[in-house]
Design a protein around this ligand. Structure first.
Ligand code: NDP
Length: 391
């Protein structure tokens, strides 16, 4: 029986994970569930899964959660705040940590799990983008294991030789991308898209931040950085390829020009089930792939004019610097877009402008990473105000 800490239980990845827990009660039990704004959803999950610990955002939410659970006869311990997230991530009472908080808020608990030597199922790509060298070092030092849940990275992980010198035969990684909801939308209408249009992803049902990142293709830029760290691959050996059907989840090319790909219907329960049970395989509840019904799989190169965020992110990757700024500015810009304070096309402008104002190698220690993150957010927030008032 594996005991899970689920960071970000109320989110899209969190709920897919809990669906798998429900399907496999003989394998998985819940040690801790955490949430942020969505207290009612956390209460519902606690009633259903009865974790040992539930973590809310603040003291007020924790008091409400505590009262409600006791009223229902649920004895879960209730905690709150960022340190409590780290505590449940490093607790000796849990075996696996699912890092499914969105954004930079996931960094500290993911790092805590890494330092405690946990098996980490990583969805929170922003944590790795911000602290790639440090997080990979912590994993290596403690003997932790980082299993990718992001579908593309999970696909690559499945196609790579598991260990040893066979790794030397890998020549390229290809990350596929659906292209999002605006792949064919006229370019001169992009400035007017609404948050709901940007979040209406044609293939994946995801949280709002990653949905916007998919619409701008910043998501793929973050994923190139993620792949660079996870697989220790030089960035010039990582490609991006648009594949609107989202059936081929990514590919690995070997020196002999064999290309291995992992295929499946676009449903996060497949990569989560793979990482949860690894190295075994379990039923995921995902509908079997019917290639005859799909008929055609198509591929194309991304258009840097349509997707300036991808172009900017790839420039950051090639420069080997400013990933913290890229991530922070993007989080600020996407939040502003979702709140109606910034146009869709303003996201790339804000990120670009924030990068112009900062330079230098990425910081290596946690304090400097967090300080750089705060500074970049201040700059990006100022840009959002400037950008939205001049349009
Ligand atoms: P959601 O927005 O659906 O869920 C995010 C989760 O994080 C929620 O539980 C939310 O709590 C919690 N959260 C948000 N802010 C904070 C904070 N400041 N402190 C603590 N907890 C917080 O996101 P997704 O599930 O879509 O994505 C999660 C991560 O997984 C992201 O990094 C994303 O890039 C990655 N990912 C997601 C995929 C998907 O299919 N959804 C695919 C691949 C990667 P609450 O709801 O209570 O506010």
């Amino acid at each position: 029986m594996q005991r899970l800490t689920l960071l970000g239980a109320t989110g899209s990845v969190g709920r897919s994970t809990l669906d798998l827990v429900t399907r496999h009660p003989d394998r998985f039990s819940v040690y801790a569930l955490t949430a942020h704004r969505n207290l009612d959803a956390l209460i519902g999950l606690c009633l259903a899964f009865r974790p040992e610990v539930a973590v809310a955002a603040d003291a007020q939410d924790a008091a409400r959660l505590h009262a409600r659970l006791r009223q229902e006869g649920v004895r879960s311990e209730v905690a709150h705040g960022p340190e409590a997230l780290c505590e449940v991530a490093r607790s000796s009472a849990c075996d696996r940590v699912i890092a499914a908080i969105v954004g930079a808020a996931g960094l500290l608990p993911t790092m805590a799990a890494a330092r405690a030597g946990k098996r980490i199922l990583l969805a929170n790509k922003e944590a790795l983008v911000m602290s790639g060298a440090l997080l990979m070092h912590a994993v290596a030092e403690s003997g932790a294991m980082l299993l990718p849940v992001d579908s593309e990275h999970n696909a690559i992980f499945q196609c790579l030789p598991q260990q040893g010198t066979a790794r030397n035969g890998v020549s390229r990684l290809t990350l596929t991308a659906s292209g999002g909801p605006f792949l064919t939308r006229p370019l001169d209408t992009l400035h007017a898209v609404t948050p709901d249009e940007a979040c209406a992803h044609p293939k994946w049902k995801m949280g709002r931040k990653i949905s916007v990142d998919s619409a701008t293709m910043m998501n793929k830029g973050l994923e190139v950085i993620e792949a660079r760290w996870l697989f220790d691959m030089p960035d010039e050996c990582i490609d991006v390829l648009i594949h609107p059907q989202s059936v081929v989840h990514s590919m690995v090319t070997y020196a002999d020009q064999s290309v291995l790909a992992q295929l499946g219907n676009p449903d996060m329960r497949t990569p989560i089930a793979h990482a949860l049970a690894y190295p075994e395989r379990i039923d995921s509840g995902v509908v079997p792939l019917d290639l005859a019904q799909i008929g055609a799989l198509t591929f194309m190169a991304p258009d840097p004019v349509r997707f300036p965020c991808l172009r900017i992110a790839l420039e950051v990757v090639r420069a080997g610097a400013n990933a913290v700024v890229l991530n922070a500015a993007n989080e600020v810009a996407v939040a502003a877009f979702l709140e109606g304070r910034l146009r869709f096309t303003g996201i790339a402008e804000v990120v670009d402008a924030a990068l112009q104002r900062t330079s230098g190698p990425d910081p290596y220690d946690l304090e400097s990473i967090l300080a750089t993150d705060r500074r970049a957010r201040d700059i990006a927030n100022a840009m959002v105000i400037g950008t939205s008032t001049t349009k």
